[in-house]
Design a binder for this molecule. Structure first.
Ligand code: TIH
Ligand code: FE2
Length: 294
């Protein structure tokens, strides 16, 4: 999941309760009737989910399992080459299946003994405050559809591969989990929409697209880079800025493309010190003061 509306196809429910996902004509699945009915079905299942109840079973097709397999295989060597050591530790602990799409509840059960995070099914865009606030309760809103098979290497739409391979491997590690929870408490503490936006942008440039130095190299720790075999090959060539709360919290980004500005911590511990401490203490006043100096 992530926080901006632009990339989520709107979901429309008719008077009979039929749910349809409005894919735009530029979407790679637009002309694929089977893909579209699949998206509608999964959105309808997610909208009927009751808080506290089990996630609906998505019954993935052989073609969907194949997309999962192809992307996991492409990511295997790339993670070893470009991922943060802390991410690799999380991945090692979680043991996701590589040949089929797992159910969200199955991943939550793997996370239970590690950090206690649990997925909740998202039909589409979840409002910012609900999405981030849930993290304080160790709940993670995740989509269940998978990207179209014609675009396995990158999608601007967060899909189950992003939620589970990108975020799941991080939610497995207590050091990451503590950061997600801090972000969730910050989102609940701040009152204004402006302060919430600042908190969410810091999340975007860290837990979604963060990088840090490690052993003389730049490595990715953000879930958005780590779920895209295309973007993970390119991030080192982007504009790399030092970790800076004010810059991250006020920088505008385009979610439909590879991120061309990234913020690098000196190490994962440096990110914990700066970003974790910010989320643990920020409020409307302190964020207002940061924005004034921008
Ligand atoms: N671009 C990511 C991918 O291809 O896996 C998915 C997203 C991450 C953040 C927003 S969308
Ligand atoms: Fe995400």
């Amino acid at each position: 999941m992530f926080d901006e509306g632009q990339c989520f196809a709107p979901i429309v429910e008719d008077a009979h309760g039929n749910v349809s996902v409005q894919l735009g004509s530029e979407h790679p699945g637009f002309a694929d009737a089977e893909y579209r009915s699949r998206r509608d079905r999964l959105a309808s299942l997610a909208s009927s989910w009751e808080p506290g109840g089990p996630c609906p079973i998505a019954d993935y097709t052989a073609e969907e399992d194949e997309v999962w397999r192809v992307v996991c295989e492409a990511l295997e060597t790339r993670h070893r080459a470009y991922a943060s050591g802390v991410f690799l530790e999380g991945k090692e602990m979680l043991h996701l299946p590589v040949d089929r799409v797992p159910q969200l509840d199955e991943v939550s059960d793997l996370l239970a003994p590690l950090t206690g995070f649990r997925y909740q099914p998202a039909a589409g865009l979840v409002p910012l405050r609900e999405f981030y606030g849930a993290l304080a309760d160790k709940h993670f809103w995740g989509t269940q559809y998978i990207r179209h098979h014609s675009v396995p290497l990158y999608t601007p739409e967060p899909d189950v591969l992003h939620e589970v391979v990108g975020h799941g491997n991080t939610l497995a590690h207590p050091r990451y989990a503590a950061l997600y929870e801090s972000a969730g408490r910050a989102a609940r503490r701040v009152e204004s929409e402006e302060a919430l936006e600042f908190v969410s942008k810091v999340f975007w440039f860290t837990l979604e697209f963060g990088v840090h130095h490690e052993g003389g190299e730049l490595r990715a720790y953000g879930a958005g880079i780590l779920s895209s075999p295309g973007e993970i090959e390119e991030f080192r060539g982007m504009e790399i800025r030092p970790l800076d709360l004010i810059d991250m919290g006020t920088h505008d980004y385009d979610i439909t493309k590879y991120q061309d500005v990234l913020y690098a911590g000196d190490s994962f511990a440096h990110v914990e010190d700066v970003v974790g401490a910010f989320w643990d203490s920020c409020d409307d006043d302190s964020i207002g003061k940061l924005k004034e100096t921008a």
